[in-house]
Design a protein around this ligand. Structure first.
Ligand code: FES
Length: 168
């Protein structure tokens, strides 16, 4: 390969320096690079504004010396990693059977109406996005949803609108 051809090869994306420094601190706690994959993805997601574009996936793969396909497979397996942009506040509505029987479809419709976007879309101001989710482990509060890390239970459309209206 000529020197010119070598220069034409695009560099692999890299983790932002702050994320790399955080990952280096974690390295001491994990036995292998592969074991670091989940925390590395969390760090990358944080630094890529809450989601993992292809650039982020390639950067994590390069950092850990793993095949990009393996990293991508993990991203698509876990619901807590996002392949598309998400809002600053992420809303998850449980639609498993107990919540479904107690009105989760009504909650989803209330969110779409209040936020003016459909499931998986981000509000124009970047404030919120919402998705349906598997059981969130609070079936006794059905129907329920999470806003970021906070559980809200025994919901109806009016309560959903009130909660969403209070999100900054
Ligand atoms: S079914 Fe909704 S939290 Fe379990």
């Amino acid at each position: 390969m000529t020197a010119a051809a070598e220069r034409a090869v695009p560099a692999l994306p890299a983790l932002p320096p702050e994320a790399k420094a955080q990952l280096d601190r974690l390295r001491k706690l994990y036995p292998t690079e592969r074991a670091l994959l989940l925390p590395a993805l969390h760090l990358a997601q944080k630094h890529w504004d809450g989601w993992l574009p292809e650039e982020a996936i390639l950067a994590v793969a390069a950092e850990l010396g793993l095949p990009p396909a393996e990293v991508y497979g993990v991203v698509t397996f876990y619901d807590l990693y996002h392949e598309r942009p998400v809002g600053r506040h992420r809303i998850r509505v449980c639609t498993n059977v107990p919540c479904m029987l107690r009105g989760s479809a009504e909650l989803m419709a209330a969110l779409a109406e209040t936020l003016g976007v459909e499931e998986g879309e981000v509000t124009p101001d970047g404030r919120c996005s919402f998705v349906h989710f598997e059981c969130l482990g609070a079936c006794e509060q059905a129907p329920m949803m999470m806003v970021d890390d906070t559980y809200h239970g025994d919901l109806d459309a009016a309560k959903v609108k009130q909660i969403v209206g209070a999100i900054e």
